[in-house]
Each structure stands twice: as structure tokens, then as C-alpha cells.
Design a protein around this ligand. Structure first.
Ligand code: SAH
Length: 259
């Protein structure tokens, strides 16, 4: 890009944590950015790659968070000033990341927007503990769904989701796990159906547990598994069990699966 490039904003997926999981394009955009507006979920090791100005514009439920309109205005102002703007989001910007809303706002302001996909935590998180979200022997598909649709927004039809027989990967579901579990059981899912919780996947705080659907709420409380975390409901969750004792830590702190 030249100095007089067209005003452009890149919505960049930072992946679930470990900077080694950034795409090459994401890394290039982060390094070239004049200003980076980053979400809370972005791993500190990824933030450390920022060479320009770093603005934290977290949106944590329940805490003081930056107003979405303010974020839009900030991006528009910075881009119009001729700065290379990166909007950095955990995981993939188009998976529960308000990426769609931001693209609309930027386009309405006449700006060019580029989306740089990232690894979404709902796929890379289960994988980090050995869970394939699909497996033709057990589940022909996967549903990515939010456990926290947001105020005034419709609750997912849990009974309908249960009937599909597909793996359910539930984002933002830890706080509401008891309610979600009850609805899935009421819809006819087996109490003994394998379920897993993966917390802070691909970060230095990664933890997980494998249980049953009926045991999910107690397991979360007992193990103290906190947000950000994913709930995985379905036969594939049982795959994590075999790996539970396996992770080894490499010299650089990365976990590898031995065997
Ligand atoms: N755009 C993100 C999702 C943002 S919504 C993505 O594609 O991954 C925030 C939710 O994502 C969290 O509540 C949690 O359910 C999940 N999440 C994000 N990062 C995570 C991680 N490293 N480990 C486990 N869950 C994560």
C-alpha cells in the first residue's frame, strides 16, 4: 500500500489465542496497521505484535464496555484520517463477533472493508483437546450456536437443535449451562450423552473437562471453568477423554499432544 491508499479498514480475526494460529494475512495486517482497535478476547501475545497505536475497545458482558457506535465512529474517523485501521477480534470476525454490523457501518460511511478470516474458537478450541467437531462415525455435522443471544433477541430453539443429532458447539454458554442443559434434556437428548467444556483454548490458561450432558452444570462449577469457554455436546466430545493425560508442554510453553 502507498501513503495515499484508499481509506480501508481490515476486520481481522486474531484466532483463539496462540499467535502461531494467526493467518499470514492477519499477521501482515497487524504489523502494517497505523492503529489497531482490539477486543478483550485478543490474546496478549497477539497484541504484542502491534507496532502502531493500540486501542482496547473491549465489549465484555456485564462490565464497562465500549459502545458499539463509538467503535464504528472511531474506525471511520481513523480511516478518513488516512490511517491503516485494523479491527482485531478474537477468533473469526464473522462468528459471533459483530463483524457484520461493523461492515455495514463502515460501508455506509463509504469506506472499503476487508475481512481477514481467523480460526474460530468453536472449531479450534475443541480440536485443542482432541475433539473433532464432525466425525462421520458419530456426527455428520456441527451447529455453532450462542448460549447468550443478547437482550431482546430470540433464544435459539434448543429442542429443534437437539433433534438434529448434530454436534452442538455452544459459544457464550457457561453462565447459562444449567438452563441450556435442562432444555436439551427436555428435548430428549440422553443424560449420558458426552459433553465437554473447553476454557481459554489455545491460551496459556487453557483447561478442559469431559462429562455427560446431565453432568455439565456440576462439572463447570466443580472445575471452576470460566468464560471464555465452549460447551461441546455430542458423541464427539468423548474423544477428548483419551487425550486428557497426554498434553506435554514444549520448551516455549506450547502444548503438544504426544503419541
Ligand atoms: N469471534 C469469536 C467468538 C466471539 S464470542 C470466535 O470466532 O471464536 C465470545 C465467545 O467465544 C466466548 O464467550 C467463548 O464462548 C468463545 N471463545 C472465544 N475465544 C475462546 C477461547 N480461546 N477458548 C474458548 N472459548 C472461546
Amino acid at each position: 500500500m502507498t501513503a495515499n491508499h484508499a481509506p480501508v479498514v481490515s476486520l481481522v480475526g486474531a484466532g483463539p489465542g496462540d499467535p502461531e494460529l494467526l493467518t499470514v494475512r492477519a499477521l501482515r495486517r497487524i504489523e502494517a496497521a497505523d492503529v489497531v482497535l482490539a477486543d478483550d478476547l485478543v490474546d496478549p501475545r497477539v497484541l504484542a505484535l502491534v507496532k502502531g497505536r493500540l486501542l482496547r475497545v473491549g465489549k465484555r458482558g456485564g462490565c464497562i464496555s465500549t459502545d458499539q457506535r463509538f467503535i464504528h465512529e472511531l474506525m471511520i474517523r481513523e480511516a478518513r484520517a488516512g490511517h491503516r485501521v485494523v479491527r482485531l477480534k478474537g477468533g473469526d470476525p464473522f462468528v459471533f463477533g459483530r463483524g457484520g454490523e461493523e461492515v455495514d457501518a463502515l460501508r455506509e460511511a463509504g469506506l472499503e472493508v476487508e475481512v481477514v478470516s481467523g480460526l474460530t474458537s468453536g472449531i479450534a478450541g475443541p480440536a485443542a483437546v482432541g475433539i473433532p467437531v464432525t466425525d462421520r462415525r458419530a456426527s455428520p455435522g456441527v451447529i455453532l450456536v450462542t448460549g447468550h443471544p443478547g437482550e431482546g433477541r430470540a433464544e435459539p430453539d434448543w429442542a429443534a437443535l437437539a433433534r438434529t443429532g448434530l454436534t452442538l458447539v455452544i459459544y457464550m454458554g457457561v453462565a447459562r449451562a444449567a438452563d441450556i442443559t435442562a432444555r436439551l434434556l427436555a428435548a430428549g437428548l440422553r443424560a449420558e450423552l458426552p459433553a465437554a467444556v473447553v476454557s481459554a483454548a489455545h491460551t496459556t490458561r487453557q483447561r478442559h473437562a469431559v462429562t455427560t450432558l446431565a453432568g455439565l452444570p456440576d462439572c463447570i462449577a466443580r472445575e471452576g471453568l470460566a468464560s471464555p469457554a465452549l460447551l461441546v455436546v455430542g458423541e464427539v466430545a468423548a474423544h477428548a477423554a483419551a487425550l486428557q493425560q497426554w498434553p506435554e508442554v514444549m520448551g516455549d510453553g506450547r502444548e503438544v499432544m504426544a503419541g
